[in-house]
Each structure stands twice: as structure tokens, then as C-alpha cells.
Design a protein around this ligand. Structure first.
Ligand code: BV8
Ligand code: ZN
Length: 245
């Protein structure tokens, strides 16, 4: 498929590469996306659950949604798309993976350096003392509390909340340096991540998109591959490796 070799050529001829992923990279692991037909939001409205207002109004309800997602995630594993991105990390000198996902599957798939824009569903944060820690085990009672007595919350970024400053700065630095950005499995709706491909393009980078559907990002893509990540990314890495062998 000529697009695949065109995409591979853009990636392997770049000295600095950014990869931006969204929920679509985890779809083939069985994790529902946010806005697809079977998406999370179909049953819930984002403003009902993924906001600080919802949490202060009904922390138990919000925790029920997160603990259901955590339970489902505890049974899934990374798919060939995650593994292919982990391989890319070793093929290019200056590599930065930025994910909007909170599922931790890139780490499990072997990616070492991951900028988690929206936090991590396995980490909790105390709303009183600020304690942060990974908690993979299910909680006995919901909502869970900290040793200090404070209410614990998922350490993720909700709508209307600021993204972690240091992560955002590192992402903008990488966007400023990159010669190519590979955008996988995002509908390009949620800000500020949705603006990243446009920033990279504006700095002269080339844009490769992998998504079975057209998105807001397709308009700036040099190559847009209408294919699932689990199929397209391993194929791109295979072509990439043949060209450097
Ligand atoms: C902020 C963590 C600034 C929680 C998430 C207008 C009105 C109201 C608000 C706004 C507005 N304009 C901008 C905003 C701000 C808002 C926003 O962008 N809203 C959107 C809805 C318009 N953004 C924010 O609030 C952000 N904060 O801006 O703060 C600020 C400034 C000053 C003061 C205060 C604040 C915070 C946003 C973070 C929200 N948290 N998640 C949790 O997960 O529980 S967002 C959530 O959506 C996930 O992180 C998810 O990753 C993310 C983005 O969705 P996608 O990843 O793109 O997933 P989606 O389902 O949409 O698409 C999947 C794609 O995959 C599809 O294209 C599909 O075709 C494709 N696909 C499917 N299968 C495959 C595939 N691709 C490849 N292979 C496959 N097999
Ligand atoms: Zn505490």
C-alpha cells in the first residue's frame, strides 16, 4: 500500500519524531473509545462524570465509573499497535510519545518514556494532602479515603482542569523540535492535544495520521492511513526496518 511506504519514509527520514495517541490505539485491546458507537460516553455524558463538579457533587458515582473502567482494564493487554510504537522508540534518536490515554497500556507495551497528558487511571491523588500513589488493587469501599482522612480522586485530568504543567511543557518542546508527528487513534476534538498536529505542521514538520476514519487532523496530514493501528503500525515499522537494514 503506497501510503504505508510514504508514511514509513516520512518517519524514518526524521531525526526527531513525536507520536500522539488517543483512545483508538487501545481499541484493539478491547478498551472502548470515548466517542465511538460503543464509546464510554455513550452511556454517560462527559460533563456528568469526567469533571471536578461531578466529583464534588457525587464522588461515589464518579468512582463507580472509574472502578468499572479499572476493573475492565485489569483484564486487557497491549495490542500490536502499542508494541510497534515501543519499537519506534529505539529506531529514532529524538523520540517523544505523548498520549491522551489514561490506561497505562503504552508502558505495558514496552514504551519507556510516555508523556501522559491526561494522567493515569491507576494513580490516585488525595484531595486534602496531595499524596499521590499507584493503586492497582480494587478499593474495598467507594469513594476511597487517604490515611489523612481526605477523599481520594483518580489522578486524571477532567474537563475544565489544567493539564500537568511539566508534561505540557515537555510536549510543547518536543513539538517545537520534531520533523514529523505520527497521530494515531484520536478524533482530534479534545484540547489542547487536538492542536498539537497543527503546531507541529506550523513548525514545518510532516504529519502522518493512522485512523480508520477521517478526523479534524486529516486536513493537515501529509499521509492519512485509513487503517486500524494494530495493522498499519507494525507494517510501517517493518518497512522502516527494511530501509535501515
Ligand atoms: C483544559 C481523562 C484549560 C479522563 C480526558 C468548549 C466547551 C467546553 C470546554 C472546551 C471547549 N473547547 C475546549 C474546551 C476545553 C476541553 C475540551 O477540549 N473539550 C472538548 C470536548 C471540546 N478541554 C479541557 O477541559 C482540558 N483542559 O482545556 O484546560 C484550562 C484553561 C484555564 C483554566 C482551566 C482550564 C482537559 C481535557 C482532558 C479531559 N480528560 N480524559 C478520563 O479519561 O476519564 S479526555 C478523553 O478524551 C480521553 O483522555 C481521550 O483520550 C480524550 C480524547 O479523545 P480521543 O482519544 O480522541 O478518543 P475518541 O473516542 O474521541 O476518538 C477515538 C478515535 O480513534 C476515533 O477517531 C476513531 O476513529 C479512532 N479509532 C477507533 N479504532 C481505532 C482507531 N484508530 C486507530 N486504530 C483503531 N483500531
Ligand atoms: Zn491525604
Amino acid at each position: 500500500m503506497k501510503d504505508l511506504s510514504g508514511a514509513a519514509e516520512i518517519l524514518f527520514s526524521s531525526r526527531a519524531l513525536v507520536v500522539l495517541t488517543g483512545a483508538g490505539i487501545s481499541a484493539e485491546s478491547g478498551v472502548p473509545t470515548f466517542r465511538g458507537a460503543e464509546g464510554y460516553w455513550r452511556n454517560y455524558r462527559p460533563e456528568d462524570l469526567a469533571t471536578p463538579e461531578a466529583f464534588s457533587r457525587d464522588p461515589a458515582l464518579v468512582w463507580e465509573w472509574y472502578s468499572m473502567r479499572r476493573e475492565a482494564l485489569s483484564r486487557v493487554k497491549p495490542n500490536p499497535g502499542h508494541l510497534a510504537i515501543a519499537e519506534m522508540e529505539d529506531l529514532v534518536e529524538d523520540f517523544t510519545l505523548i498520549t491522551q490515554n489514561v490506561d497505562g497500556l503504552h508502558h505495558l507495551g514496552g514504551s519507556r518514556k510516555v508523556l501522559e497528558l491526561h494522567g493515569n487511571i491507576w494513580r490516585v491523588r488525595c484531595t486534602v494532602c496531595g499524596m499521590r500513589e499507584m493503586r492497582k488493587e480494587p478499593f474495598e469501599t467507594l469513594p476511597p479515603h487517604c490515611g489523612c482522612g481526605g477523599l481520594l480522586r483518580p489522578d486524571v485530568v477532567w474537563f475544565g482542569e489544567m493539564l500537568p504543567q511539566e508534561v505540557l511543557e515537555e510536549a510543547y518542546d518536543a513539538l517545537g523540535r520534531c520533523e514529523a508527528i505520527l497521530v494515531v487513534g484520536t478524533s482530534g476534538i479534545v484540547q489542547p492535544a487536538a492542536s498539537f498536529p497543527f503546531i507541529a505542521k506550523g513548525k514545518g514538520a510532516r504529519v502522518v495520521e493512522v485512523n480508520p476514519e477521517e478526523t479534524t487532523i486529516t486536513s493537515v496530514a501529509d499521509v492519512s492511513i485509513r487503517e486500524r493501528a494494530g495493522k498499519a503500525l507494525p507494517a510501517i515499522v517493518r518497512i522502516w526496518k527494511e530501509n535501515i537494514a
